[in-house]
Design a protein around this ligand. Structure first.
Ligand code: NAD
Length: 487
């Protein structure tokens, strides 16, 4: 049985060419609920053979109904899918909460964001146009945007719906046909989305989903010779492997990787306004956010004041089951919990000071992957905890004296994804915005998550290419120049 209830447990197949199919090799993987360690569902363990089928289905869609649609028709379908997603918000919310461990409020916000991406890209589909270019007499030269063809989308587990929305929405708007490989830790909402999109009228083969392990299905997708573009969101190490595999086929790649994003607080800042952003941007989704603000840099005059105020907020943080809808749920898996706890052990071993921690509530289920949110103070800038992406609810805070020092600290990691700057000094706001290495800079605010309209992506080891916003549409298109000689 490819899809349905088996022995009381939900089983999902791969979604290929509009139908559910067992993995070609017949194997399955068990998804766990990180809130209590129970089995959540069975998914197909797709391999290269399943990726082949999905790529063939996508290729056929390009020469079939999907490929023949106008941009306006594609946009209308995206709008219909957006509305259908909102109709199924309750189901998607609960599934994302159980699968990823997100508190229900956050999971619900992710469904709304998915619908909004589809609305935004649905409305954008027929707004992308080329140019006529001045050239020699007797010629008319045009530039036109065409879809790449078959796009591969490799998605991580931390925001399955949001990351699907931003990359698939733009790809479909431009007329590509997609093969999606979600993460093996959390993929149920992406599988349900495939059904919802199909029921809402997305032509067969325009979206195919193959689940499975990164080293199997993911590697097969990134090295597939018939893929024309890869959008990868995930870790630096895997991103390097994906780019190397795609390079063998000369396929363009967008890499959305990790971060160690700072928020920089100057002494003249509105600290009351900054506070919720300083804490929430670090602990949201239990810190498993690429744009998490895991470093807080504070001018020495207000350093102790900010630590005291952040600590107060930390003491109020409650961690428990996703469906209890507290400040934090569990992290995605016991494996991820072990990684974070190793960092906390290292911090202890090296004598780093804990400024404050939140609490795991007493009735949190026994086998859940819970981690106490932790604020570490006076962390030396070159320490591993100040340099590496922990991907858990751990923030480091450190002081600086001058603007130059703040810039040097902000730029001192291998990453460059997001930066927040808190100051009332207008000239300094702009100097800082230019000086920091980041794909997005927020002045007196912080939050890439909600900014569907805002282009997003990294510099340095945070990756390259931009998703989100109108800009993303160009990334999912290939520019063709047409030169006509007419005398
Ligand atoms: P990961 O790199 O382990 O996995 C991401 C995806 O890649 C999964 O679908 C996985 O199955 C697949 N994969 C694994 N090995 C592969 C291989 N050899 N070939 C092809 N695909 C393979 O990352 P993760 O742990 O799932 O996600 C966390 C990371 O993602 C963090 O570093 C985080 O910062 C990053 N992230 C970045 C953004 C962004 O927009 N910049 C957003 C979310 C997460």
């Amino acid at each position: 049985m490819a899809h349905g209830i088996e022995n009381g447990q939900r089983r999902y197949g791969n979604f290929i060419n509009g139908v559910w199919r067992d993995a070609v090799q017949g194997e399955v993987l068990t998804l766990k609920n990180p809130s209590d360690g129970s089995d959540l569902a069975l998914i197909a363990r797709g391999t290269a053979a399943d990726i082949d089928l999905a790529v063939d289905a996508a290729r056929a869609a390009l020469s079939g109904l999907w490929g023949k649609m106008t941009a306006t028709e594609r946009g209308r379908i995206l709008h219909k899918i957006s509305e259908a997603v909102l109709r199924e918000i309750d189901l998607l919310t609960v599934l994302e909460a159980r699968d990823v461990g997100k508190p229900l409020t956050q999971a619900r916000a992710d469904v709304v964001a998915l619908a909004r991406y589809l609305e935004f890209y649905g409305a954008s589909a027929d707004k992308v146009h080329g140019n006529t270019l001045p050239y020699q007499n007797g010629f008319t030269v045009l530039s036109v945007y065409e879809p790449h063809g078959v796009t591969g989308h490799i998605i991580p587990w931390n925001y399955p719906m949001q990351i699907l929305g931003r990359s698939l929405g733009a790809a479909l708007a431009m007329g590509n046909a997609a093969v999606v490989k979600p993460a093996e830790e959390a993929c149920l909402t992406i599988l349900e989305f495939a059904r919802i999109a199909h029921e809402a009228g997305l032509p067969t083969g325009a979206l195919n989903v193959v689940t499975g392990l990164g080293a199997e299905a993911g590697a097969a997708l990134s090295s597939h010779p018939q893929i024309n573009h890869i959008s990868f969101t995930g870790s630096l190490r895997t991103g390097e492997a994906v780019q190397a595999a795609a390079a063998k086929n000369a396929v363009p790649v967008t890499l959305e990787l990790g971060g160690k994003s700072p928020q920089i607080v100057f002494a003249d800042a509105d600290i009351e306004r900054a506070l919720p952003f300083l804490v929430n941007a670090g602990i949201q989704n239990a810190g498993q956010t690429c744009s998490a603000s895991s470093r807080i840099l504070v001018q020495r005059e207000v350093y102790e004041q900010v630590i005291a105020a952040m600590s107060e907020r930390y003491h109020a943080l409650k961690v428990g089951a996703a469906e209890a809808d507290l400040s934090l749920g569990p992290v995605v898996s016991t494996r991820q919990k072990a990684i974070i706890e190793d960092y906390l052990k290292l911090a202890k071993q090296d004598g780093l000071l804990v400024a404050a921690q939140g609490e795991i509530v007493p009735d949190a289920p026994k086998n859940g992957a819970y981690v106490r949110p932790t604020l570490l103070r006076d962390v030396p800038p070159q320490h591993r905890l100040a340099q590496e992406e922990i991907f858990g609810p751990v923030q480091v805070i450190m002081p600086f004296d001058t603007e130059e020092e703040a810039v040097a600290l902000a730029n001192s990691t291998p990453y460059g994804l997001v930066c927040g700057v808190w100051t009332k000094d207008g000239a300094r706001q702009l100097r800082m915005a230019h000086a920091v290495h980041a794909g997005q800079v927020f002045i007196n605010n912080y939050g890439a998550g909600g900014g569907i309209e805002l282009p997003f992506g990294g510099v340095k080891r945070s990756g390259h290419g931009r998703e989100k916003g109108f800009e993303a549409l160009y990334g999912f298109a290939s520019l063709k120049t047409i030169s006509v000689y007419h005398g």
